[in-house]
Design a protein around this ligand. Structure first.
Ligand SMILES: Nc1ncnc2c1ncn2[C@@H]1O[C@H](COP(=O)(O)OP(=O)(O)OP(=O)(O)O)[C@@H](O)[C@H]1O
Ligand SMILES: [Mg+2]
Length: 242
């Protein structure tokens, strides 16, 4: 059956210059942090930037963004995402709060289409999508609904994470538009730049490991930590994907 939302989604998203999908098959490698940092990096370059969290079972961008629970999207022929930290930010957590939801594959697919169909990004120039870990339905849905979306894989500088990147590429290479890899939690002595390049992938850059990051964010705020530890690494990454 043809889903009428497919054409609505296309209409909603086609004006955006580029859509970046941040993914990894392994959990906890920093997709959410990197999605947030990228959105702040694009914002700092003066671009109208959007961030969409499609981790429906465990949404977490809003936690890092520290959003006020009273903030909700505005209704106007669809939903207009609130601007948080200078970024247009859409998440299911506006609707479910902190209570999790157990979702079957079909439900995930449905919520995903619904969110894409109702959200009005208006004149957003760059959109970053934070995805849940794994080779799940969300990524296949994305590949189907937004085939022009550019996938960025996140990996840690270790063998487990690299192995899972290889597996993911093996499974998805013909279905997604993979543009490169970001190394997260980089430490001087363990960089994996050459390994990535030898895998015939584009190495987009690295984000350094910052000890006790969560404590620092709590103490100095996301913006303070972003400026002190991360912003200098983003310009190189962003210029390679613009
Ligand atoms: N560069 C870094 N330096 C230090 N800690 C980091 C770094 N990147 C991420 N972390 C920490 O690692 C944890 C996981 O990060 P994050 O939630 O961004 O990963 P994720 O890939 O989105 O996880 P999930 O797969 O569960 O969605 C968090 O506690 C985060 O603060
Ligand atoms: Mg995450």
């Amino acid at each position: 059956m043809i889903d009428p939302r497919t054409s609505v989604i296309y209409k909603r998203l086609k004006e955006i210059k580029k859509i970046f999908i941040i993914a990894s098959s392994k959990g906890g490698v920093g997709k959410t942090l990197i999605s947030i940092l990228l959105s702040m990096g694009f914002r700092d370059l003066g671009f109208k930037t959007g961030l969409l969290d499609i981790d429906f079972t465990n949404p977490s961008c809003h936690i890092l963004f520290n959003i006020d629970p009273s903030i909700k999207p505005t209704e106007e022929k669809g939903l207009i995402p609130p601007t948080v930290n200078g970024v247009r930010f859409m998440t299911i957590s506006y609707f479910i709060g902190e209570s999790g939801v157990a979702l079957r594959g079909q439900d995930v697919d449905n919520i995903f289409r619904e969110i894409l169909a109702i959200t009005r990004w208006n004149d957003t120039e760059y959109l970053i999508i934070d995805t849940p870990p794994g080779l799940g339905d969300e990524l296949l849905d994305l590949a189907t609904l937004i085939p022009w979306g550019e996938v960025i894989l996140v990996t840690l500088p270790n063998r487990l994470s690299l192995t899972s990147i290889k597996r993911m590429i093996g499974i998805f290479k013909d279905q997604i538009k993979l543009i490169g890899v970001i190394e997260n939690m980089w430490r001087q002595e363990r960089g994996i730049r050459d390994i990535i390049i030898n895998m015939d992938l584009k190495y987009l850059g690295y984000i350094p490991y910052v000890d006790r990051l969560d404590d620092l964010i709590e103490k100095f705020g996301l913006e303070g930590v972003y400026k002190k530890f991360f912003s200098e690494y983003l310009s190189g990454i962003i210029s390679s994907i613009l």
